[in-house]
Design a protein around this ligand. Structure first.
Ligand code: NAD
Length: 436
């Protein structure tokens, strides 16, 4: 099929590339000319494991191309995906200006039937708004489909190629048939495609992200309580996770959820509920607890240094909001950095992929190390904010040589408590016994 993908971010570029991989002809459009130029020159603009192989293969075979020219893409395609930002607007609700703006631009260009697919995360009723934009701007018949994306950054290619499920919201039989055909290669193992109406589809995405954020937040509260009552969150986690109704995944406590999705989606759902006079109480609590949790490591640090960290120098491992991505949007690490600097500390950070993105935002407010051990040079303590695999089994002898003190504040529970006792560290993690 001939496909256009508007927006080449984490979702759009993965979608476009993976759709090309099954033989479709895909044109990706972005307004960011620098980004498009890079992609035309064969550069993958984001870090996403496995994406580069598919990206280069499909470009080489002529199935994947990039442009800033929307008209080219629209005229060539039967199906047009919108994978555009839906950031929080001034009131915290999802800002639909990218979606509705692009819909208007596309509407002015269509000359034949198209399926307009919204992959962005949007509030209930957005498909109707997009349809209204088309009705106002063209006489050509189109169908608007809601097809929320569930990929996770870091494993996005796998998630797209073998999704747990595909959700397609449309009441048009014609659009449903085309979408079923397009997705058939991705669900060969029998994973379901759920067809539903547009509103249910739109709400499914918000419900999924809000539920996951709630699950993480619940475990963070259990972890905080574990510390107070002298229980071990790892034991509790295993104890509850073996119950199928709860499940083992998403039970690891930490320093709060971040990223480009959970914070904005939880907030957008709560505000959307508000606008219908429904007070979504759980989500309010989730947001409040998460704000606090992002600074739990700072609280521990301040307590240890008796509220005075002026002149202290910290090593920080991890900046990305989670491992295997360079995405730093709403990363808890950045909140920690901000707070520590405010209180007069200095920081030397290392992250395998996210340092350039952080540099672009905060410049030389902190220093960036070339590897995880250089970051420890003359540091009073090590702080861990992202659970990159490379941090899990470090060379402790080498660490001991460069760290000023054997002190670790671990926001991701990377190390075994017994081991830290043997190594003689002060080790403060989340929801577990303090080793001092
Ligand atoms: P992103 O910010 O990484 O990418 C958006 C891209 O759209 C950018 O390259 C930007 O230049 C481009 N763009 C903006 N306006 C444009 C226009 N008018 N025409 C063409 N291109 C334009 O965003 P993302 O992370 O890919 O997220 C996109 C949507 O998907 C959001 O609604 C998000 O909530 C949702 N989503 C994201 C993820 C994720 O893990 N990132 C997962 C599922 C769903």
């Amino acid at each position: 099929m001939k496909i256009a993908v508007i927006g080449t971010g984490y979702v759009g570029l993965v979608t476009g590339t993976c759709l090309a991989e099954t033989g479709n002809d895909v044109i990706c459009v972005d307004i960011n000319a620098v980004k498009v130029e890079k992609m035309i020159n064969g550069e993958v603009p984001i870090y996403e494991p496995g994406l580069d192989v598919l990206f280069h293969r499909n470009i080489a075979q002529g199935r994947l191309s990039f442009t800033t020219d929307l008209a080219d893409a629209v005229s060539e395609s039967q199906i047009i995906f919108m994978a555009l930002p839906t950031p929080p607007g001034g009131d915290g609700a999802a800002d639909l200006s990218y979606i509705l703006g692009a819909a208007k631009d596309i509407a002015k260009l269509v000359t034949s039937y198209k399926v307009i697919v919204n992959k962005s995360t949007v509030p209930v009723g957005t498909a109707d708004k997009v349809q209204a934009v088309f009705t106002a701007n063209t006489k050509v018949a189109i169908d608007v489909v809601s097809n929320p994306e569930f990929l996770r950054e870091g494993v996005a290619v796998d998630d797209f190629m073998k999704p747990d499920r595909v959700v397609i919201g449309t009441r048009s039989e014609k659009a449903q048939k085309l979408m079923a055909e397009l997705y058939a290669p991705y669900v060969r193992q029998g994973n379901p495609i759920f067809f539903m109406d547009e509103r249910s589809s739109e709400l499914t995405k918000y419900a999924a992200n809000s539920f996951l954020a709630t699950k993480i937040t619940f475990m963070n509260e259990i972890a905080n309580l574990c510390e107070i009552v002298g229980a071990d969150v790892d034991a509790v986690r295993k104890g509850i996770g073996s119950d199928d109704r709860i499940g083992k995944r998403f039970l690891f406590p930490g320093i709060g959820y971040g990223g480009s999705c959970f914070p904005k989606d939880v907030q957008a759902l709560a505000i959307a509920a508000d606008s219908h006079d429904y007070d979504f109480q759980i989500l309010r609590a989730v947001m409040e607890v998460n704000e606090r949790q992002k600074l739990v490591l700072v609280e521990k640090i301040l307590k240890y240094y008796k509220n005075n960290i002026k002149g202290k120098h910290f090593a920080l491992w991890g900046l990305a909001f989670k491992p295997e991505t360079d995405d730093i949007r709403e990363a808890p690490a950045l909140y920690i950095v901000d707070e520590l600097i405010k209180q007069g500390a200095t920081i030397s950070a290392f992250d395998p992929e996210a340092m350039n993105n952080v540099k672009a935002i905060i410049g030389d407010k902190i220093s960036f190390a070339t590897n995880q051990y250089d970051a420890l040079e003359n540091a009073d303590a090590l702080l861990i904010a992202t659970e990159w695999s490379v941090f899990r089994n470090p060379d402790f002898e080498r660490m001991d040589q460069v760290l000023n003190n054997k002190v670790i504040f671990d926001g991701r529970n990377l190390f075994d408590l017994e081991k830290m006792i043997d190594l003689g560290y002060y080790y403060n993690s989340i929801g577990r016994k303090l080793i001092s």
